[in-house]
Design a binder for this molecule. Structure first.
Ligand code: HEC
Ligand code: HEC
Ligand code: HEC
Ligand code: HEC
Ligand code: HEC
Ligand code: HEC
Ligand code: HEC
Ligand code: HEC
Length: 408
C-alpha cells in the first residue's frame, strides 16, 4: 500500500514537472511532447484504476441425468463425448443435461431416448445461467445484434443500398455470419432452413440473440481456441471484411506466426511476456483480459473509439475512454509515446481521408443512386460496394495494419 502511494506521488510530481517544462508549446498540437505525455499518463492512470483480474469462477451445479446421456453418447457420438471430456466443464462435473436439458412445456423441447426432455440448440441465455458476468450486456453487443442491425437499418443509412437487395429474403445470403432466426417445426426441432447455423446474431428459439459457440467451438468450450485469430477470421475476412487479411500482413500477424513454437494460449490470463506470447491477436486487442488489470470483455466495442466499418467513420458515443483502454493494451508491448504517435497519426489521417476522399465520393454516389433504376442502378451498386470495401480497408489499415496502404 505504502509503495503504491509513493508511486502515485512520484508520478504526480513527474506530471507536474513535465507540464511546467512543456507549457511553452502549443497545447492544441497533438504531436507536442506535452500531449503525448499527458495521453501516456492517462493510459497509466486508467490501468492503475482497473480492478485486479478476478478469478473467472462462477457457480456450477453438478450433473444428475447426464450420466445416462454420457453412457449412450460415448458410443453413439464419440466425437462429441471426447470433446466434452477435454473441457473444463467435464472436469467440474457439468454434463450434457446442464446445457441440453429442458422442460416439457418449452417450445423447442422434445422427448429423447424415450425419457428425457431436451433441446438441441443451446442459447447464450442458457450459458448465462452460470456465466452471469459474461452474459451481462451481451445482447447489446454488435455480435449479438448482427442480424437485428441489418433488419433495422434505416433507409437514409449510407450502407442501406448494400442491404436492400437482401431484405426480402430475410438476409438468406448473409446468414452464415450474421445469423438466422431459428424456427422450430411441429416436432419441436429446429427447421433445416434455419439451423445448423453459426451466425453471430442468430435469434435462438428462446428469443435470446447471439451464439457463444461461434468463438468457443463446441463441446470443448475452451478459452484457448477463442484466443486464436482463427476464431475470428471465419467471418472477419474477405473482400468486404478485410480485417483478417490486414492482420495477417501486419507486423503483428508476422510476429504471431513467428512465435508459434512458444505460444501458450492456455494460460489463465493471456497477457504478453517475453517468453511466450509476444504477438497480439484479434482477441488480445479487442476482448481479452490483457494483464495489467485489464479484464475480459465480451463486448468488442469496449476499446473502440470509432466506427471504422461505417463509411462515415463515426466517432463512437460511449461512456469512458475507449482509446485509453486500447492504449493500455498496446502499452504492454510498446513504449507509450510510440503508441500515442501511431494513434495520433491514424486519427489525423483518418480525418483527412474522410474529408478529402470519402465525403465527396459518398455525395457523388448518393446523387447517382437517386436517379438510376433497374439495371443501371445495379451497376452503380457494384461500384459503390467496391468503394465502400476499399475505403473501409484503408481506414482499418491506419489502425491495425500498414498505414497508407490501399487494398486493390
Ligand atoms: C439410449 C441412448 C441415448 C441416450 C440415453 C441419450 N441420447 Fe442423445 N442421442 C442418441 C442418438 C442415437 C442420437 C442421434 C439421433 C438421431 O440422429 O436421430 C442422439 C441425439 C441427440 C441430440 C441431437 C438431437 C437432434 O435431433 O437435434 C442431442 C442434443 C442429444 N442427443 C442430447 C442428449 C442428452 C442431453 C441426453 C441425456 C439427457 C441424451 N442425449 C441421452 C442417443 C441417446
Ligand atoms: C456447456 C454446454 C454444453 C454441454 C455441457 C454439452 N453440450 Fe451439446 N451442444 C452445446 C451447444 C452450444 C451446441 C450447438 C448447438 C447450437 O448451435 O446452439 C451443442 C450441440 C449438440 C449436439 C448437436 C450437434 C451435432 O453436431 O450433432 C449434440 C448431439 C450434443 N450437443 C450432444 C451433447 C452431449 C451428448 C453432451 C454430453 C457429453 C453435450 N452435448 C454436452 C452445448 C453443450
Ligand atoms: C451449469 C453451469 C454452466 C453452464 C450451463 C455453462 N457453463 Fe461454462 N463453465 C462453468 C464453470 C463453473 C466453469 C469454470 C469456471 C470458469 O472458468 O468460469 C466454466 C468454464 C467455461 C469456459 C472457460 C473454459 C476454459 O478453457 O477455461 C468457457 C469458455 C465456458 N465455460 C463457456 C460456456 C458456454 C459457451 C456455455 C453455453 C453453451 C456454458 N459455458 C455453459 C459452468 C457452466
Ligand atoms: C463472411 C461473413 C459475412 C457474410 C457472409 C456477410 N457479412 Fe456482413 N459483416 C461481417 C462482418 C465480420 C462484419 C463486421 C466487420 C466489418 O464490417 O468489416 C459485417 C458487417 C456488416 C455491415 C455493417 C453493420 C453495422 O451495422 O455496422 C453490413 C451493413 C453488412 N455486414 C451487410 C451484409 C449483408 C447485406 C450480407 C449478405 C449479402 C452480409 N453482410 C454477409 C461478416 C459477413
Ligand atoms: C460468426 C461470425 C463472427 C465471428 C466468429 C466473429 N465476428 Fe466479429 N463481427 C461479426 C459481425 C457480423 C459483426 C458486425 C455486427 C454489426 O455491427 O451489426 C462483427 C463485429 C465485430 C467488431 C466491431 C464491433 C462493433 O461494435 O462495431 C469487432 C471489433 C469484432 N467483431 C471482433 C471480433 C473478434 C476479435 C472475433 C474473434 C475473437 C470475432 N469478432 C469473431 C461476425 C463475427
Ligand atoms: C467474439 C468471440 C466470443 C464470443 C461470441 C464469446 N466469447 Fe467467451 N471468450 C472469448 C475470448 C477471446 C475469451 C478469452 C478472454 C481472455 O483471454 O481474457 C473468452 C473467455 C470466456 C470465458 C472465461 C473468462 C471469463 O470471462 O470468465 C468464459 C466463461 C466465456 N468466454 C464464456 C462465454 C459465453 C457464455 C459466451 C456467450 C454468451 C461467450 N463466451 C461468447 C471470445 C468469445
Ligand atoms: C494490435 C491490436 C489489434 C489487433 C491485433 C487487431 N485489431 Fe482490430 N482494431 C484495433 C484498433 C486500434 C482498431 C481501431 C479502433 C478505433 O479507433 O476505434 C481496430 C478496429 C477493428 C475493427 C473495426 C471496428 C470499428 O467499427 O471501428 C474490427 C472489425 C476489427 N478491428 C477486427 C479485428 C480482427 C478480426 C482482428 C484479427 C484478425 C483484429 N481486429 C486484430 C486493434 C487491433
Ligand atoms: C503482445 C504484444 C503487442 C501488443 C499488445 C501490441 N503490439 Fe504492436 N508490435 C508487437 C510486435 C512483436 C511487433 C513487431 C515489431 C517489433 O518487434 O516491434 C509490433 C509492431 C508494431 C508496429 C510497427 C512498428 C514499426 O516500427 O513499424 C506498430 C506501429 C505497432 N506495433 C502498434 C501497435 C498498437 C497501436 C497496438 C495497440 C492497439 C499494439 N501495437 C499492440 C507487439 C505488440
Amino acid at each position: 500500500m505504502r509503495s503504491k502511494i509513493k508511486i502515485v506521488l512520484l508520478s504526480l510530481t513527474l506530471i507536474f514537472m513535465f507540464s511546467v517544462s512543456a507549457s511553452a508549446q502549443d497545447p492544441k498540437d497533438p504531436q507536442t511532447p506535452k500531449a503525448v505525455l499527458k495521453a501516456a499518463a492517462a493510459a497509466k492512470a486508467y490501468v492503475a484504476k482497473q480492478p485486479k483480474p478476478r478469478e473467472p469462477r462462477d457457480r456450477a451445479k453438478v450433473a444428475d441425468k447426464s450420466d445416462y446421456c454420457i453412457d449412450c453418447h460415448r458410443e453413439k457420438t464419440p466425437g462429441i463425448f471426447e470433446e466434452w471430456v477435454l473441457s473444463e466443464h467435464a472436469s467440474l462435473g457439468i454434463g450434457c443435461n446442464d446445457c441440453h436439458g429442458a422442460y416439457q412445456s418449452e417450445k423447442d423441447s422434445f422427448l429423447h431416448a424415450g425419457r428425457f426432455y431436451i433441446r438441441t440448440v443451446v442459447s447464450p441465455a442458457r450459458c448465462g445461467r452460470c456465466h452471469k458476468q459474461t452474459i451481462r450486456g451481451f445482447a447489446n453487443t454488435a455480435h449479438a445484434r448482427a442480424l437485428t442491425n441489418l433488419e433495422e437499418m434505416k433507409a437514409d443509412d449510407p450502407r442501406y443500398p448494400l442491404i436492400e437487395p437482401y431484405k426480402e429474403s430475410g438476409f438468406a445470403e448473409c446468414r452464415a455470419c450474421h445469423g438466422t432466426r431459428i424456427a422450430v417445426s411441429k416436432d419441436h426441432r429446429p427447421t433445416a432452413q434455419t439451423w445448423p447455423n453459426h451466425g453471430a446474431g442468430r435469434i435462438n428459439p428462446d428469443g435470446s440473440p447471439g451464439n457463444c459457440a461461434m468463438c468457443h467451438g463446441r463441446h470443448r468450450f475452451s478459452v484457448a481456441s477463442a484466443r486464436q485469430p482463427e476464431a475470428c477470421i471465419g467471418c472477419h475476412d474477405g473482400r468486404m471484411y478485410p480485417e483478417g487479411e490486414i492482420y495477417a500482413r501486419s507486423l503483428h500477424g508476422l510476429a504471431y506466426r513467428d512465435e508459434e513454437s512458444r505460444r501458450n494460449l492456455k494460460r489463465p490470463y493471456f497477457y504478453c511476456d517475453s517468453t511466450e506470447n509476444t504477438a497480439p491477436t484479434c482477441a488480445l486487442c479487442h476482448l481479452n483480459g490483457a494483464g495489467q488489470g485489464l479484464i475480459t470483455r465480451h463486448d468488442p466495442a469496449w476499446r473502440l473509439s470509432h466506427n471504422l466499418t461505417h463509411p462515415e467513420a463515426l466517432i463512437r458515443e460511449v461512456k469512458g475512454e475507449p482509446q485509453t483502454r486500447m492504449r493500455a493494451v498496446c502499452e504492454q508491448c510498446h513504449a507509450a509515446s510510440v503508441v500515442e504517435r501511431f494513434l495520433t497519426a491514424a486519427d489525423s489521417e483518418l480525418q483527412r481521408y474522410q474529408d478529402e476522399v470519402v465525403k465527396p465520393k459518398l455525395a457523388q454516389f448518393e446523387k447517382l443512386l437517386k436517379k438510376k433504376k433497374g439495371k443501371k442502378r445495379k451497376a452503380i451498386l457494384v461500384d459503390y460496394a467496391d468503394f465502400l470495401a476499399q475505403s473501409k480497408a484503408y481506414r482499418l489499415n491506419l489502425y491495425m495494419g500498414h498505414p497508407g496502404r490501399t487494398e486493390r
